[in-house]
Design a protein around this ligand. Structure first.
Ligand SMILES: Nc1ncnc2c1ncn2[C@@H]1O[C@H](COP(=O)(O)OP(=O)(O)O)[C@@H](O)[C@H]1O
Ligand SMILES: [Mg+2]
Length: 234
């Protein structure tokens, strides 16, 4: 479904991604792991079209994405839930969800999408008229995911959705992603929760210093000695 082929990405003269390749198949749950500063956010932003690769190609359902405006990419069903949630704090919960369905392709299905989001996250329905900035961290994360769902994603990319959440809320957020995946949404999850992410994802890539250091099925990586030593403290 998504094919990232040997992309190089720079900020000015600073190269951050080096020949990065990764694939996501339809309906798969894939995770990208790696320490702070590895380039995970840069990779997602490049897939979303917010950054342009200096070389390499990115295709989605067989179509080349490089050169397309971010909103065009979003319209194809490739949706990013940004790091740090980036909800609109001064707008209500419902207005935030309306922003998620801003593009005409998703606005048509607004009522149906809203009902789905509210059934997945009942607290958002209860708080629909409350200012989003007054929600708790866990609720804000639900809102950020809900806003992404309003765009009717085929592939949902999430950038560290568990950051700053308690272990219990983080586990709940990851479980929600598993449920979404089972409803047919393909998931690309960027995470520093290595153990938990490997437990729910089918396939994983490890990004270190802008390069794919390792990849494999989650079962393979859970058995990998480097992963055990560097990431799982075993
Ligand atoms: N806008 C930017 N301008 C210059 N350098 C940046 C910018 N954003 C990120 N970087 C640098 O790129 C590298 C990768 O960052 P990032 O993709 O945010 O990593 P991660 O998400 O894995 O923590 C870091 O060294 C970071 O300092
Ligand atoms: Mg990041």
């Amino acid at each position: 479904m998504l094919q990232v082929d040997s992309i190089n990405v720079l900020y000015g003269r600073l190269q951050v991604l080096w020949n990065v390749s990764c694939d996501v198949s339809a309906h798969q749950f894939v995770t990208i792991l790696g320490p702070n500063g590895a380039g995970k956010t840069t990779l997602l932003k490049t897939i979303s079209g917010l950054l342009k690769p200096a070389s390499g190609s990115i295709t989605f359902e067989g179509e080349e994405l490089s050169g397309l405006a971010p909103y065009k990419i979003c319209e194809k069903g490739l949706v990013q839930v940004p790091e740090g949630r980036k909800i609109f704090a001064g707008m209500t919960v419902k207005e935030n969800l309306e922003m998620g369905a801003y593009l005409p392709s998703s606005r048509k299905h607004f009522a149906e999408s809203l009902a789905k989001v509210y059934s997945l996250f009942p607290i958002l329905k209860e708080r629909q008229n409350q200012l989003a900035g007054t929600l708790s961290g866990g609720q804000q994360q639900q809102l950020a995911i809900g806003r992404g769902l309003m765009q009717r994603p085929k592939l949902l990319m999430l950038d560290e959705p568990t950051l700053g959440l308690s272990p219990k809320l983080a586990a709940e957020a990851l479980h929600t992603l598993k449920v979404l995946n089972e409803t047919g949404i393909t998931i690309l999850l960027v995470s520093q929760e290595v153990l938990q992410s490997l437990q729910i994802a089918e396939y994983a890539y490890v990004l270190e210093n802008g390069k794919i250091a390792l990849s494999g099925t989650s079962a393979e990586l859970l058995e990998n000695t480097d992963i055990k030593k560097s990431y799982l403290g075993l």
